[in-house]
Design a protein around this ligand. Sequence first.
Ligand SMILES: Cc1cc2nc3c(=O)[nH]c(=O)nc-3n(C[C@H](O)[C@H](O)[C@H](O)COP(=O)(O)O)c2cc1C
Length: 327
Amino acid sequence: MNTNTKYLGIELKSPIIVGSCGLTADVDKMVEMEKAGAGAVVIKSVFEEQIVYDIKRNTHIVAPTDNYGDSYEYLAAHVADDSLTRHFNMIREAKRRLTIPVIGSINCFSYENWLTYAIKFQEAGCDALELNMAILPYETTTSAEDVERTFTQIINTLRKSITLPISIKVGTYFTDMAKQLQQISWMGIQGVTMFNKSVQVDIDVEEETMRNASYLSAPEDLYNTLRWTALMSKHMRCDLSASTGVYSADDVVKLLLAGATTVQVVSCLYKDGVAKLGELTKGLEAWMEKKGYDSIDKFRGKLAVRPNEKASVAMRTQFMRYFAEIQ
Ligand SMILES: Cc1cc2nc3c(=O)[nH]c(=O)nc-3n(C[C@H](O)[C@H](O)[C@H](O)COP(=O)(O)O)c2cc1C
């Protein structure tokens, strides 16, 4: 069965790739992922705080920047032991031991300082770079225009810095989501990953403290990814990697039918182990065989909203169907 897929201009043997997470900081684990059928791996992110900390340490600047304020010392201490040198050595080792593409990742929310570090990913031998743009409009003073401007600045500057293919990993916090996603895809990048996942916040009522909620997705989280993949895949001028809520081979098939170029998995590997990749791959192949498809291109995007179709009407139709059928 031919599951070959071209993603970010790179040939993959499978559209199922492992998203950035703790498991992709471990080269032995990544070798297991390749054996289990992963088409590529996105390495655990380097965080902007790590880069800023490294710059300060090496230039002996101690004052935190405005971006970090009082939380800087906490963040710096938290990430300090995870040195960038070790990270880039890990990428080099992954490149030596894997035959599948290795995609570097930066988690960032501002555009200063860290851009020069993108070059280091290139030097370490990464095949592409995914930028996890964790820009959330938390401040009452932040406007939609501020967020959009930051995206534009980061993407433009980065494109000038490196020749690697670039994918932008976005969240769902855009006021005009379809327009923004399309505009990002027009900026000369090679891919958009939809969606990243902000850490969910919970409250411990006994301790009366804030704490993190579960970091894993729920299977129902797929539906938001599926909706936006179907809406956007025919409107973007770059590849689309669908991420969040993928737990089964059927989920992979659905996202490909909606027009995804690749499908990323993370939570299901934490829950079921790396061998899950084999189950997803076999399930995809079995479905293709049953349906008589000899390549993914034969069905990719079959159920995407067409460019000449009014997206709002397509979504309204689904809405009406749902509410008309439920009494
Ligand atoms: C333990 C864990 C660590 C993660 N670390 C990163 C990271 O370093 N960079 C990143 O871009 N995304 C990170 N993510 C987010 C995943 O790449 C992915 O976008 C998210 O989990 C949704 O996919 P899923 O539903 O398959 O889990 C992490 C997720 C988990 C569960």
